[in-house]
Design a binder for this molecule. Structure first.
Ligand code: FEC
Length: 293
């Protein structure tokens, strides 16, 4: 049957520990990997219990299935750094009769280094065979703001909004990433009536160049020095439980907070929450009506 279809894109996670070297090589795009960094990454996945199967990819699948039900259209998962690849999703969609594709990334904020990469992979795979409606960002989507505001409203903790850091050189090129992140944080804080909040980056990689800051670990030091005792982390740049949430926040940031005498909690991630999936559905429907079939 000829119809529209959605390619739902995510970063991807190795299915088992044995996949980590190939997965990391994909992220590095051919640049060499220091052996200690690989060992460290394997140890992080092991610490999360990912030996022979990966619950993180199962979350993406649950979100895909729920979005498909919500839309009544086929939705195919395409991963940036693991399987099924974005190109696999495109081939499956075209084999299923798709005549137009919506490309939606499970990350709300645009950077040429992140969403731009998904777009290049999608466009390259489609190669002009069908029209593509690509959603560049959804950082100020009212449903996202309302969803996150519900997660932080009424807290007596200092709320720290976070997102993945990127090399600071993106600012030289006028990249909107940081601006969009700060906008989401301000919109959520306003909608939830928060008085005490801040923003920090997380998950920086030691690549030898400066990254956007402040990093959450340093930021926790500052908050403790300011007399803050309770912190609620709201990761606006991520939408599901994965390594950067379950290790970088739940392990590393929590450990640093404990050393500082801070109580650190985080919001439950959207994952496949029905309200979140309904919001994604609204974005897809709007994208389809904005562009003639
Ligand atoms: O749960 C999982 O298994 C995967 C979690 C995961 C998500 C994620 C999201 C983003 N990343 C972004 C940028 C970078 C840049 C580098 C980089 C490196 C890694 C490594 C792992 C990793 N990232 Fe990631 N990222 C996730 C996982 N990321 C593992 C490699 C080990 C390490 O450095 O810790 C640096 C690459 C390089 O070395 O050159 C840059 C951005 C996002 C948010 C947008 C998105 O989700 O696509 C931006 C989830």
């Amino acid at each position: 049957m000829s119809q529209d279809a959605v390619v739902l894109m995510a970063y991807g996670s190795p299915e088992r520990v044995a996949d980590v070297p190939a997965y990391y090589a994909d992220i590095r795009g051919g640049r060499p990997i220091p052996p200690d960094r690989l060992d460290d990454l394997v140890a992080r996945y092991r610490a999360l219990g990912i030996e022979d199967s990966n619950p993180l990819n199962a979350i993406t699948e649950a979100t895909r299935a729920a979005l498909q039900d919500e839309l009544g259209l086929p939705v195919y998962t395409g991963m940036k750094h693991w399987q099924p690849r974005i190109a696999d999703a495109v081939e499956a969609a075209l084999a299923g009769g798709a005549v137009r594709l919506v490309g939606l990334v499970l990350a709300p904020h645009y950077s040429a280094l992140s969403i731009g990469g998904y777009r290049r992979l999608l466009d390259g795979a489609v190669a002009g065979r069908v029209p593509v409606v690509f959603v560049e960002s959804w950082h100020d989507e009212p449903g996202l703001v309302a969803f996150l505001a519900d997660r932080v409203r009424g807290t007596d903790a200092h709320v720290v909004f976070t997102a993945h850091s990127l090399p600071a050189r993106i600012l030289d090129d006028g990249d909107p990433y940081r601006e969009q992140l700060l906008e989401t944080a301000a919109l959520v804080a306003d909608a939830a009536g928060l008085g005490d909040w801040s923003f920090s980056f997380q998950s920086e990689s030691p690549t030898g160049e400066p990254w956007l800051g402040p990093d959450i670990l340093d930021h926790l030091d500052d908050l403790a020095a300011r007399g803050v005792v309770r912190v609620l982390v709201c990761p606006v740049g991520f939408v599901s439980d994965h390594l950067e949430i379950r290790w970088d926040l739940d392990h590393e940031a929590r450990e640093r907070a404990a050393e500082l005498g801070l109580e650190l909690t985080r919001i439950e991630m959207p994952n496949d929450d029905p309200a979140f999936v309904a919001m994604l559905g609204g974005i897809v429907r709007r994208a389809l009506t904005a562009v003639p079939a």
